[in-house]
Write a protein that binds this ligand. Structure first.
Ligand SMILES: Nc1nc2c(c(=O)[nH]1)N[C@H]1C(S)=C(S)[C@@H](COP(=O)(O)OP(=O)(O)OC[C@H]3O[C@@H](n4cnc5c(=O)[nH]c(N)nc54)[C@H](O)[C@@H]3O)O[C@H]1N2
Ligand SMILES: Nc1nc2c(c(=O)[nH]1)N[C@H]1C(S)=C(S)[C@@H](COP(=O)(O)OP(=O)(O)OC[C@H]3O[C@@H](n4cnc5c(=O)[nH]c(N)nc54)[C@H](O)[C@@H]3O)O[C@H]1N2
Ligand code: SF4
Ligand SMILES: [Mo]
Length: 764
C-alpha cells in the first residue's frame, strides 16, 4: 500500500533508539506528566482537575479501566502519568473551531498525520460536510439531528445502519443509546470491545458463567502468585503497578509472560514513595518468560503437564475437593492433556524448559493464584482458547472464588465493561431485551446485529449505509485500514460524536457530521441542574463521575443529550414508541431509574451510586456460583495452535507505545522501550536482522499475505529489540493496514492484531 494514512512526513521523523529501560515510573514519569499538563492546559484548570481526578467527589480518569482504591485515596493525586496525559488531551486549550475548518479543507487535513490531527484540539461546534464539498461547515444542532433522522428513516431497513460505541461512553449514555437503537429497530451495536476483550467475555462466560473477572484490588494485594500474561501494565494500566508492588511486599511472586521485555514488568518505582524512588524501586517479575508470539496455549499446557507430574509424585497440586464439588469436564480435560507431548509444548512456547520448571515450582507452592491478562491473549485467532486454557490452570489449582485468587482480565477503555453491562452488544440475551421492552413499552428487535468486523464488511458490500460512532476513531482503530476506509466511504452518511479531531472525520461517507461532546472532566448542566454520570471499572465497581471544568465551548452537548436529540427526530413518526427523551435527559436520575428496572444488580442505583466509592455488581464466581450450562465451572479441551512458520516469514504483533491512548498519540516516543521520535518501526531480534542483512534503522517494507491478498506498509525502520527469534512487533495503529479484515477469531469476530504472518524486504 502506498498511501498509509498514518504516515508522517519523512522530515518530521528523526528516529532514535537506545536500550530499553529496566525500570518504570519514578521521577521521569512525574516530570513527563507535569510537562504534558503544562504544555496543553492552563495552570488553574490543570490544578483543579488534577485534584479531582479519581477522587470520590470528582471525575473518573478517562484513561484505562483500572479501579481506584475502595477506602483511602491520596488527596494530592490518585492517578498516573498516563492518566494525566489522558486528561491533558481532553482538557487541552487548543481548539478546532469554525475558523479552523474554514482554513483547512479535507484534502489538506487528510495529509496530516494522526498525531497532528489530534493535537489540533477540541472540536467546538457541530460541523457538516455536504456531498462533494471540500470543507466542513457549521450546522445547528437542530439541523444536524434532522439530517440524521432523515437518513435513518430513508433506509430500507434499520439493519442498514451501524451504531458503534467506543468505551468511554458513560453508563447513562450507553443505556440510552442502546434503547434508542433498538427502538429504531436494530441490534447493530458494535463496539471497541469487539476488538478488545471479546474473547475474555466469551471464554469466561462459557467456562465460569460470567464474562468478567472476579478479583478485587485486595485480592491482588493478597495473592501469593500472579501471572501477568500478554499485558503491559507499566504503560497501559500504570496504577496496577502499585497493586503489584503491594503484592510483592506481602510476599507474593510475579511471573511475566510476554514476548517483549517490558520495563514496567521488570522494575517499578512508586512515585508516591520518595524513599523508594531514591532506592531505585522494586523488582516486579520474579520470572520473565519470553514466550513466542501466540505460544501461550503451548506454554500453559507445558505448565499444566509439569504440575500434573508433581501431583503424581507428591500430591497436593490438584485441588480435588474443589474440582469434585464445583467443576465439570475434568475427565475429558485429563484425557486430552495426557495426550500432549511435553517437549512439543515447550518447543512451541519458545521458553526454555528451565524457566518453565522454575515457574511451575513457584506456582506449585502457592495456591492463591491470580492470572491477569489483556490484549496479548485476546487478539488471536485462538483468543478464546487462550482464555479457556488460563481458566483450566486456575480450576486445577482451585484458584477461583477465594481470597487472593481468580481470573483478572484487565479492561482497556475506562467504561468498556460498563457499556457492555448497559446493553451495548450486538447480541444481548433475550432476558435483557424483554426487560428493555417492558421498561419503555416497545418490542425490541431480536435478530443479532453486526459486531465490528461484520459491520465493516456490511458497509464495504453496500449492505449498511449509515454509520454513527459514539466516540472512537473507527478507521484508525479497526483492522485493514484501506478496506475499512472504502467501507466508510461507501456510506451515505457518517456521523461522529467526538471530543477531538481524528482520521475518521476525514474518511467519510457521501455526507458527514461531527457532533462535539463534553469530556469526562467537564461540567454537565441539564434542565434539572448539574449532572453526574456513572461508570464500571475493570473490577465490577460502579461509581459516579462528575466533571469540574467549564466546557470548552458553549456549543457542546452531553452524549445523553445528543442521543435524545437524534432519537426524538428519528422516532417522531413511530406511533408505537412513546419514550420521553427530553424528560430522561433533563435529569440523569431518571435514566438510572430505568437502568435499575432493566439490569440486575442495580437496585437502589441512584442511592448507592452517590456513596463515595460506589458499589460492587454481583458476581457469582466470587461465591463459587457458576451460571454455566452445567451449573459448574467447566474444564475445556483446547487445541494447541499450529506454530510452524514458512521460511522467510515472521510473526508480527501490534502493540501500544508509552505515549499514546489507542489512536490518540500523546507524543512520538516510547520511553520505556528506548524509542524516540518515531512510530513507524519494526522491533526485531538482532540475529534475525543480521540473518537477512538488515542494519539498525534500515528502511524496510513489511507485507502480510492472507487468502491471496497482500497488504504492505512501506519504509518502516528496523530496530533491534529483546524479542524471541522470528517474532516482530510494530505499533498500533501504524501497522493496522497489515491486519487482514478476514483474519479473525471465529467465535467472536475479534481481529487478529497480535499474530500476523509477515515478510520483510529492504525498501527500494
Ligand atoms: N496509556 C495507555 N493506556 C491504555 C491504552 C493505551 O493505548 N494507552 N489502551 C487501553 C485499552 S483500550 C486497552 S485494551 C488496554 C491494552 O493494554 P495491553 O493489552 O497491555 O496493550 P498492548 O500494547 O496491546 O499489549 C499487550 C502486551 O501483550 C504482549 N504480547 C503481544 N503478543 C503477545 C502474545 O502472543 N502472547 C503474550 N503472552 N503476550 C503478547 C505485548 O508485548 C504487550 O506487552 O490498555 C488500555 N490502557
Ligand atoms: N492493530 C491493532 N488494532 C487495535 C488494537 C491493537 O492492539 N492493535 N486494539 C484494539 C482495541 S483494544 C481497542 S479498545 C480499539 C479502540 O478503538 P476506539 O475506541 O474506536 O479508538 P480510540 O483511539 O480510543 O478513540 C479515540 C477518539 O475518541 C474520541 N473521544 C475521546 N473521548 C471521548 C468522549 O469522552 N466522548 C466521545 N464521544 N468521544 C471521545 C476522540 O474524538 C478520539 O479521537 O482499537 C483496537 N484496534
Ligand atoms: S491507571 Fe488508568 S485509570 Fe488509573 S490514573 Fe492511570 S490511566 Fe487513569
Ligand atoms: Mo481495548
Amino acid at each position: 500500500m502506498s498511501d498509509n494514512p498514518h504516515r508522517y512526513p519523512p522530515s518530521a521523523e528523526k528516529l532514535k533508539w537506545s536500550d530499553p529501560k529496566s525500570n518504570s515510573v519514578g521521577l521521569p514519569a512525574i516530570i513527563a506528566s507535569l510537562q504534558h499538563m503544562g504544555k496543553y492546559m492552563d495552570v488553574p484548570s490543570a490544578l483543579k482537575a488534577s485534584l479531582k481526578m479519581n477522587q470520590k467527589d470528582g471525575f473518573d480518569c478517562p484513561g484505562c479501566a483500572w479501579p481506584d482504591p475502595d477506602d483511602h485515596r491520596s488527596p494530592i493525586g490518585e492517578y498516573c502519568e498516563n492518566g494525566i496525559k489522558a486528561l491533558a488531551e481532553e482538557a487541552t486549550n487548543a481548539k478546532v473551531d469554525e475558523a479552523f475548518f474554514k482554513k483547512y479543507d479535507i484534502a489538506t487535513l487528510s495529509s496530516w498525520p494522526e498525531f497532528k490531527l489530534g493535537k489540533s484540539g477540541r472540536i467546538t461546534h457541530p460541523m457538516h460536510l455536504a456531498e462533494g464539498a471540500s470543507h466542513y461547515t457549521p450546522i445547528s444542532w437542530e439541523h444536524a439531528f434532522k439530517k440524521i433522522g432523515t437518513h435513518l428513516n430513508k433506509l430500507d431497513h434499520p439493519d442498514e445502519a451501524i451504531f458503534y460505541t467506543s468505551g468511554r461512553t458513560s453508563n447513562e449514555a450507553a443505556f440510552l443509546y442502546g434503547a434508542f437503537v433498538r427502538a429504531y429497530g436494530t441490534n447493530n451495536l458494535p463496539d471497541c470491545s469487539n476488538m478488545c476483550h471479546e474473547c475474555s467475555g466469551f471464554g469466561l462466560t462459557q467456562t465460569l458463567g460470567i464474562g468478567k473477572g472476579s478479583v478485587t484490588l485486595n485480592d491482588i494485594h493478597e495473592a501469593e502468585i500472579i501471572l501477568v500474561i500478554g499485558q503491559n501494565p507499566g504503560t497501559n494500566h500504570p496504577r496496577m503497578m502499585t497493586a503489584l508492588e503491594k503484592c510483592k511486599e506481602n510476599g507474593g511472586k510475579i511471573v511475566a509472560i510476554n514476548p517483549l521485555k517490558e520495563a514496567g514488568l521488570i522494575k517499578y518505582t512508586n512515585p508516591q514513595r520518595p524513599l523508594k524512588m531514591m532506592s531505585g524501586g522494586v523488582a516486579i517479575a520474579d520470572l520473565y518468560l519470553q514466550v513466542q508470539i501466540n505460544g501461550d496455549v503451548a506454554l500453559l499446557k507445558a505448565i499444566i503437564l509439569l504440575l500434573l507430574k508433581l501431583e503424581k509424585e507428591h500430591g497436593n497440586i490438584i485441588d480435588h475437593e474443589f474440582i469434585e464439588e464445583h467443576t465439570s469436564g475434568f475427565e475429558e480435560f485429563m484425557n486430552a492433556i495426557s495426550q500432549e507431548d511435553l517437549q512439543k509444548c515447550i518447543a512451541d512456547s519458545g521458553v526454555s524448559e528451565k524457566l518453565i520448571r522454575e515457574s511451575v515450582s513457584l506456582i506449585a507452592a502457592r495456591p492463591k493464584m491470580i492470572i491477569c491478562w489483556a490484549m496479548g491473549i485476546t487478539q488471536h485467532e485462538n483468543g478464546v482458547q487462550n482464555v479457556r486454557e488460563i481458566v483450566n490452570l486456575l480450576l486445577l489449582r482451585g484458584a477461583i472464588g477465594k481470597p487472593g485468587a481468580g481470573p483478572c482480565p484487565v479492561r482497556g477503555h475506562s467504561n468498556v465493561q460498563g457499556d457492555r453491562t448497559m446493553g451495548i452488544w450486538e447480541k444481548m440475551p433475550g432476558t435483557f431485551l424483554d426487560k428493555l421492552g417492558q421498561a419503555f413499552d416497545f418490542e425490541p428487535p431480536r435478530k443479532h446485529g453486526y459486531a465490528t468486523v461484520p459491520a465493516i464488511r456490511a458497509m464495504y458490500e453496500g449492505k449498511a449505509k449509515v454509520f454513527i460512532g459514539m466516540g472512537g476513531n473507527f478507521v484508525s482503530a479497526t483492522p485493514d485500514t484501506d478496506y475499512t476506509a472504502t467501507a466508510l466511504r461507501n456510506c451515505h452518511l457518517t456521523v461522529h460524536v467526538s471530543t477531538k479531531l481524528n482520521r475518521s472525520h476525514l474518511v467519510h461517507g457521501q455526507e458527514a457530521l461531527i457532533l462535539p461532546t463534553l469530556g469526562r472532566s467537564e461540567i454537565d448542566l441539564q434542565q434539572s441542574g448539574y449532572q453526574f454520570v456513572s461508570v464500571e471499572n475493570s473490577m465490577g465497581i460502579v461509581h459516579n463521575s462528575k466533571g469540574v471544568l467549564a466546557p470548552k465551548s458553549p456549543h457542546l452537548k452531553s452524549e445523553p443529550a445528543i442521543i435524545a436529540g437524534i432519537a426524538k427526530v428519528t422516532l417522531r413518526d413511530k406511533k408505537d414508541i412513546s419514550i420521553d427523551w427530553d424528560l430522561l435527559t433533563a435529569d440523569y436520575d431518571r435514566i438510572r431509574d430505568k437502568i435499575e428496572e432493566v439490569i440486575p444488580g442495580f437496585d437502589a442505583y441512584n442511592e448507592r451510586v452517590r456513596l463515595g466509592s460506589g458499589f460492587y455488581l454481583p458476581n457469582g464466581v466470587k461465591e463459587r456460583v457458576f451460571k454455566t450450562k452445567t451449573g459448574k465451572a467447566i474444564f475445556t479441551v483446547n487445541k494447541r495452535p499450529e506454530m510452524t512458520l514458512s521460511p522467510g516469514t515472521f510473526r508480527l504483533t501490534t502493540v501500544r507505545a508509552h505515549d499514546q491512548y489507542n489512536t490518540t498519540l500523546y507524543g512520538l516516543d516510547d520511553r520505556y522501550r528506548g524509542i524516540k521520535n518515531g512510530r513507524e518501526v519494526l522491533l526485531m531480534n538482532e540475529l534475525d536482522m543480521s540473518e537477512i542483512n538488515l542494519w539498525p534503522g534500515q528502511e524496510i517494507d513489511v507485507t502480510s499475505v492472507y487468502e491471496g491478498v497482500s497488504r504492505s506498509v512501506k519504509s518502516f525502520k528496523a530496530v533491534p529489540y529483546d524479542i524471541p527469534r522470528s517474532c516482530v512487533a510494530a505499533y498500533f495503529p501504524e501497522a493496522n493496514p497489515l491486519v487482514p479484515i478476514h483474519l479473525i477469531n471465529r467465535e467472536t469476530h475479534t481481529p487478529v492484531s497480535k499474530n500476523i504472518i509477515v515478510s520483510i524486504v529492504k525498501s527500494a
